[in-house]
Design a protein around this ligand. Sequence first.
Ligand SMILES: Cc1cc2nc3c(=O)[nH]c(=O)nc-3n(C[C@H](O)[C@H](O)[C@H](O)COP(=O)(O)OP(=O)(O)OC[C@H]3O[C@@H](n4cnc5c(N)ncnc54)[C@H](O)[C@@H]3O)c2cc1C
Length: 463
Amino acid sequence: MDTINSDILIVGAGLAGFTAAVRAAEQGAKVLLIDKSSGELGDGNVLMASGSLRAGGKSPKTDAKELYDFVMSEGVGSLDLVDSWSQTAGPAIDWLEKIGVALEETAPGRIWLKQESEISYGPVYKKDVGPRAIASLKRRFLELGGSYLNGIAGVRLMVENNRVAGLIGKRGGEEIELRAQSTILTTGGFAANKELVKKYIGPNADRCKLRGSKQDTGDGLRMAMEIGAKAVNLKYFYGHLIARKALTDDRFWPYPRLDSFVDEGVLVDGDGKRFVDEGRGDVAVANELSRAEDPTGATLIFDGASWEASKSSPSSTSLAIPAPNPWMIDNGAEIFSDDSVEGLAKKLGVNAANLDKTIAAYSQAVSSDKAKSLPVTRTGKPKVLRAPFYGLRVVSGITFTMGGIAINGQGQALDQSDKPIANLYAAGDAIGGLMGGHRGGYTGGLMQAIVTGILAGDNASRR
Ligand SMILES: Cc1cc2nc3c(=O)[nH]c(=O)nc-3n(C[C@H](O)[C@H](O)[C@H](O)COP(=O)(O)OP(=O)(O)OC[C@H]3O[C@@H](n4cnc5c(N)ncnc54)[C@H](O)[C@@H]3O)c2cc1C
């Protein structure tokens, strides 16, 4: 078996992997970054990303205490990790700019990967914002003497004298030994692994739509758990409701986004009944639907005013992503409208008496300011629904999983007793402890990847 030796081995060349790689190489370490895909820039989610650099919906440069409080308010964050993440988010932006990753600030605190981009709308919407950022990181990594090898999959960790000594990988069917003083797992989440999605998210969640990279099969999580690592928050994912048509037609994923219909409308099951507080937000609602008996059986109901307004939502106009109106109709989504709720129910094949009762009770409660007291509570900013009524069949789109390997504030992977596993680190969507909770608890995938990549890269190479 061939052997390659390095100081730091990084497994997975997404944004977290490339960030950790540059940071470790900046410290003078001999770094090897591998990816199982054949991509020159890996094959991670960043290659599809819009490039919004948000930390818990706020500027990454927000006061660390405010960021910390926001994340911890969801109740599932790991104290030490959240503390480091909050303090490192602001400096991370300055560092990215310093090493040549192009950013732009479109309004005070609204920071993006530079948005100037080639956009293609079919068959799957893509822009080259992420690839350009990764290309800049790769350029810097190679300048610093780092090595990038694609076509090598990490398969199992090697443990010697209670310390991780690297891993066994596979290259073209042959095993290869990759020895290192420290190993950093940056293999992304497990959204593309239907078995793990069923096991950890919901028994029928494998029927949801994958809204990210097919490479994210939870390899790092599996490898770490095999040697006793602790995993946290595995039931949560970042994602959105998307048109159910996305299950058979690529034009409906990753966009259009339907957030405004969730905010302003209701989600009903096949019986025409509400089952979730839509006011918890699109991410939390997508999570809830994924745990339903039939994650493909729900319909978003909204009204004509919301449909009209969705022609020009700020995200579609500023990011040039397709707007729901007219994309849904132009491309034949399962969208229906009628002047009466009963008529709409018939078109949707939903129990008409139930849907009528649901919408009447909902609008009545909203107009008398009692939406929170509905049998299924409604928070947020609900509005009375008025004719014409619209119904769109939806499914949860899983962008990436939020849970994963438990790490501390230095990026070290933890065992079941919360003790660091010697020489093992993790970063990016492979980790857990930052995201998840009742309202979705999204802290930003890119900022998670960058910040934890920095923590792991710096600390692994300082040892
Ligand atoms: C459509 C879309 C839009 C998004 N927009 C935004 C946005 O605007 N803002 C934001 O904050 N986030 C956004 N995200 C999320 C963000 O892109 C991700 O959270 C982030 O890029 C994750 O980076 P990562 O490096 O941890 O993992 P990934 O990007 O998943 O990369 C993992 C890498 O590991 C490799 N790999 C996997 N297994 C192995 C193995 N066994 N051996 C070797 N290599 C392996 C894969 O090939 C891949 O290259 C978006 C995601 C999508 C899909």
